[in-house]
Write a protein that binds this ligand. Sequence first.
Ligand code: SF4
Ligand code: MSK
Length: 655
Amino acid sequence: MVVTTEKEKKVEKKIDELTGDKASMEMLQKARTANIETVWDRHEKMSPRCKFGEGGICCRECGKGPCRITSKAPQGVCGADDGLIAARNLAKMTAGGSAAHSDHGRAVAEIFLAAAKGKAPGYQIKNEIRLHQVAKLFGINTVEKTNQEIAIEVGELALSEFSKQDDELTFIKRAPEKRQEIWKKLGIVPRGIDREVVHLTHQIHTGVSDDIEDISLANFRCGLADGWGGSMIATELQDVLFGAPVPVRSRVNLGVLKEDEVNIIVHGHEPILSELVVAVSSEPEMIQLAKEQGAKGINIAGICCTANEVLMRHGIPLAGNFLQQELAIMTGAVEAMIVDVQCIMQSLTAVASCFHTKIITTSKKAKIPGAIHIEFDEHDAINTAKEIVKRALLNFKNRKKDVVIPKQSMELIAGFTHEYVNYMLGGRFRASYRPLNDNVINGRIKGVVGIVGCNNPKVKHDAVHLEVTKELIANDILVVQTGCAAITCAKEGLLLPEAAAKYAGKGLAEVCEAVGMPPVLHCGSCVDNSRILIACTEMVHEGGLGDDISELPVVGIAPEWMSEKAIAIGHYVVASGIFTIFGVTYPVIGSESAKKMVFEKYGELVDGKFALAVTPSEIVNLTIDHINKKRKALGIDKPKERILYDMEMRRELKF
Ligand code: SF4
Ligand code: MSK
C-alpha cells in the first residue's frame, strides 16, 4: 500500500481544486483520510516538472545522450537542434498512439475472422446489414455468397490492411476527393498500418531524417493510417460483430455502483472480452451464484473506453472516466476490476490492496504486478469470461466494512453514430445529412465541434471539458464527443435532450427540441473518432458547405488530453483538414521552430493545424473565431432573411 506522509499532506491542494466532480471529491477525501495515494498525489510529487521534457527538447535517442537543449548548448552531441528533437519526440508519440489504436483494430479483425470461420465460440456476426455495407467498402462482390463467406472475406481483407507494403489503405477513398488529392500531392496517403508505424519510427531514429518538414509529413501519414485505418477498422468491425449502436439510456458516475450487488468494473478499450462478461453475467447460473454469496445480483459498470463500448451496445452504466479509476476502488464496493488494454494505471493494484478488490488483467499485452492474470483465449472466451465473473462473485463475501458509494449518478443518452444521425435528422425514409447542413447554413447551428480525449491531473478534473462544452452549445455550436470527454459531459447531464433548453443557444435548442436530441452527442470510444471523420465527410458530400472537410465550420478540441493516442488522433484530424485545439500543453513548446511547424506550417501543408489554449475562454474564443471565419468563407455568415410569400408569389411557383 502506498501512503502519503504527513509532510506531503501539508502541501496537498484543496480537493475542490483538483476535481469538479462531487463523487470524485468524496472519494478523494476518503483516500486522504486513509492515507492512500492517488494520481493527484503523485502528480503533486512530480512538481516542478523538468522544463526540457515538458518542452519536448530532451533527447535520449542514443547512448551519446541524453541531450538537453539550452541557449548555451543549442545542439545535441550529434548536431540535432531543438526543432529536430521536438519533432522526433512528437512523431514518436504519434507512432505509439497509432500503434495502440491500430492494434486494437487488429485484435478485433482477428476475432472477427475467427468468428466468421466458426472458430470463436461465443461470437457471431450480429449486424448483417453493416456486414454488407463494410463488404461494399472493401469492394467485395457479395452476389451469391453466404454471409459467412462475405464475413471471411471482410476479415481477411481487414487484416491485410495492416501489412500492405505499397498499396494505399482501403478506407482512404471514403474521404472527400479534394482531401484525397491533398494527401496524394503531399505523398501522405497511408499504406499498411504496420508499415507506417515502422516507417515513422525508422525515420526518427538517430541519424536518419534531419528535416522536420519531412518528419511532419511522415507523422501525418502515420496518423492517417490510424484514423482512416486502424481505428476505422476497429469501429466498423465492432459494429458488424457486436451490433451498431443506437441511442440508449443509462446512468453515469460512481453512484451507479450498488451496495447490495456484486460490482464488476470493465476498464480499458477493447470490448472483445467485456462483451462476453456482460453476456455471461445475466446467465441464471451466475445470478444464482451471486445470491449464494449474499448479493442481490450482478452489476457491471465501466471506466474509460471499454465502458463507452458496452454502454453504447448494452446500456451498461459508466462508473467514471480516466481519473476516476482509482476512486472507483476507493468505494470499497468493487469486487473485481477487469482490465484489457490502454489507460490502465499501474497503481490500481496498490489501491486495491487496501480493499478486497481483485484487479484482473486479461490481455497478453497488459500485465500488472500484483494483479490476477486470466488471459483471454478467443477459442474459449465464454469460459474465460465465466471464470472471471465467478472470481468476482466469490469475492463479495470479502468486502470490508468501509463501503462508501457516492450518491451522484446522472441519466444519459449515448450511441449517436453517424448512420444514426442520418435517420435522426432525415427520418427513416429520407435518411440524410441535409437537415444538418441546412441548419448550419441557416445559422441555427453555427458549427460542429468534436470535444474528445482524456483527463489530466495537470488541470482540474472535468472542469475544462464542462466549461468549454457549455459555452459552445450556448453559442449554438453542436458538440459531438467520444472517450472520457463524453463521460465528463454525461455526468453533468449534458447528454440529455433536456439539456438543450437549459444550456443551448436559441437556434441549437430549436433543432434539438424538434428532433428530440441532446445538444451534446455521445459518439463512442476513442477509436470511434473515426465516426466523426465520416460524419464530416457526409456533411461535405451532402453539399452546400464546400468541397472539403477543411471548408466546414468544424473544430476538434482535446481540452484535458494526456495520452499518446491523443497526439495520433490530433494528427489525423489535422491532416483531414480540421483546426484542432489542445488544452493542457503541447509537447513541442520548448522549440520555436517546432512550434512554427505545428501551429503555422501545418496549416499551409494540410489546411488544418494545431493550436494550444489552456484556459476554457481561450479555447472557446479560438473555436468561435475559427467557425466564424469558415462561415464567412462559405458566405453563410449572415442570417438570411426569411421571405414570406404573398398569394401572387405563390401563384408564380411552378410545381
Ligand atoms: Fe543527443 Fe543526438 Fe543522441 Fe539525441 S540522438 S541523445 S541529440 S546525440
Ligand atoms: S479512455 S485515451 S483516457 S479518452 Fe479512451 Fe479516456 Fe483518453 Fe484513455
